[in-house]
Design a protein around this ligand. Structure first.
Ligand code: GLP
Length: 236
């Protein structure tokens, strides 16, 4: 595992965008794994700039997002589909049909999760996965737990995640935050060829310290990334 420290959020975001652009240039039909949350917003803004400057072409790219809240319509302000449209997809030349986000509204969520996992497998797998990290060390919505499903699944959110996301995205209203989500599993994530994890700010220090300790524990799901051969942490 490599670790790069950046002087500020802007520098980290630029570096992350450079890695995405290099991946797409090397393989125009690359499959990208993508995160939501506040951390990747700067990277997405840089990617939109690069696209508008003619530096990158997303016309053959396919994307798979990590997770989605259950019960929020795709048009809902806080749905991850809407987030991705607003931060990235609406501003670049990616084919809408090539953008995949787990369904949080399907009648049969388990069946939809399985279909999502199958589609990802059929796509040939993720070339580059960009991850964020929760204050409790979650990746996607794989929350600290004694055990968890390996692949895309329905999951209950940790109290800490509900609180953090309420403060950041739901005006502090914990009741408004969905309590369940659909998330790729750790095995889904670990199948990617290359992984970068973005972490910004002191609230992530504990989780990063647990990764640094090189002890594997599902109490901090991100520690499993040590088992992958090509992971870089980008820290600001
Ligand atoms: C969210 C998402 C994660 C994300 C994390 C960190 O709840 N499910 O995929 O990485 O929490 O969010 P932020 O970047 O806002 O700190």
């Amino acid at each position: 595992m490599k670790k790069n420290n950046y002087k500020d959020y802007a520098a980290m975001s630029r570096a992350a965008a450079d890695i995405v652009v290099a991946t797409v240039k090397a393989k125009p039909n690359a499959v990208l794994g993508l995160p939501t949350g506040s951390t990747p917003i700067g990277m997405y803004a840089e990617l939109v700039k690069d696209y508008k400057a003619g530096k990158v072409d997303f016309s053959e790219v396919t994307t798979f997002n990590l997770d989605e809240y259950i019960g929020l319509d795709t048009k809902h302000e806080q749905s991850y589909r809407r987030f991705m449209q607003e931060q990235l997809f609406d501003h670049i030349n990616i084919k809408p049909s090539n953008t995949h986000i787990p369904s949080g509204t399907a009648k049969d969520l388990n069946k939809a999760a399985k279909e999502f996992e199958d589609l990802l497998k059929k796509s040939g797998g993720v070339d580059l996965f960009v991850l964020g990290i929760g204050t409790n060390g979650h990746i996607g919505f794989n929350e600290p737990a004694a055990s968890m499903p390996a692949y895309t699944h329905v999951v209950g959110l940790a109290e800490e995640t509900i609180k953090v996301n309420a403060d950041k995205f739901f005006a502090g209203d914990m009741k408004a935050v969905p309590k369940t989500a659909v998330s790729m599993g750790l095995a889904t994530i670990m199948k990617a060829n290359k992984i970068i994890l973005l972490s910004n700010g002191e609230s992530k220090n504990d989780a990063i310290a647990k990764i640094d300790s090189q002890v594997l524990t599902l109490d901090c799901p991100a520690t499993v990334l040590h088992m992958h051969r090509d992971v870089t942490l980008l820290i600001s």
